[in-house]
Design a protein around this ligand. Sequence first.
Ligand SMILES: O=C(O)CCC(=O)C(=O)O
Ligand SMILES: [Fe+2]
Length: 285
Amino acid sequence: MVALQQISKSDGVDAVLEVLASDGGVIVRDFLPSATLQRFRTDMEAHASGHRAGSVASSDAVQRFWGRTTKRFTRLAHRSPAFIDILTDPFYLGVADAMLLPWGEDYWMNTGQMMIVGPGERAQWIHRDADNWPTLCRPDSPEATVSCMFAISDFTAEAGATRVVPGSHRWDDYSRQPQPDEICQAVMPAGSGMIYTGRVLHGAGANATTDEWRYGLHLSYVLGWLTPEEAGPLGTSWSEVEHLSPTAQRLLGWRCSGVNSQYAARLWTVDYEDVPVGLGIESHP
Ligand SMILES: O=C(O)CCC(=O)C(=O)O
Ligand SMILES: [Fe+2]
């Protein structure tokens, strides 16, 4: 039986990197402080209660990937102050630094997305998140993205804990489909997080027999020279981010890439200045 390894935050960033190199995914059991978890969960439950399940997209593929009885929404910095603590968690950023900075000067948030799998949901198809950037989803490609699936409620096998194919990031053939005995599930208590590379196969599990909603927070980072899944700054206002650190502002797309660079290359500018400066809401530093 394949299984994901489980570690503790106190094992350190290097322990995460070691397991990611071999397995492509690792469970960190005590990831979120309980106060952060409670604050965030309360905000998400309040929002989810009025949010529809499924997508309004016309594409059948989008509807199936999304999940017909799954609730998804983003704009989490706007919807919960506790999200900022998760977004800027030094341990997770330490992992992202090690994974992504070899391939780019910086990275930003790919998406912070609630994935709330409802009763009656079927298993999502197994995929690699780096498929968003197809030329960077090959056996020899750089790391484009690193993700964490945080368990905001308990992740049980029955309620749809994420399915993962350990080691599939190291396969020579990315067109190969996994055998059933190569797939395991990220079963973990609320407050845990499963960190995984964008090149490991995974997908949401089925929630066929329970009457629970599985609350997952997917938070991922992507290289700063790639287009993220979520239009971060369009989902937050300057008044919601102006008090945040420059790192948090950059992660949310409110600063350009390379703002402190000694090189001339800068991406995501306004009037070719850093975003708040170009918009005239911040004077020249
Ligand atoms: O909800 C999950 O467990 C995983 C979902 C997923 O991998 C995705 O939508 O990209
Ligand atoms: Fe995914």
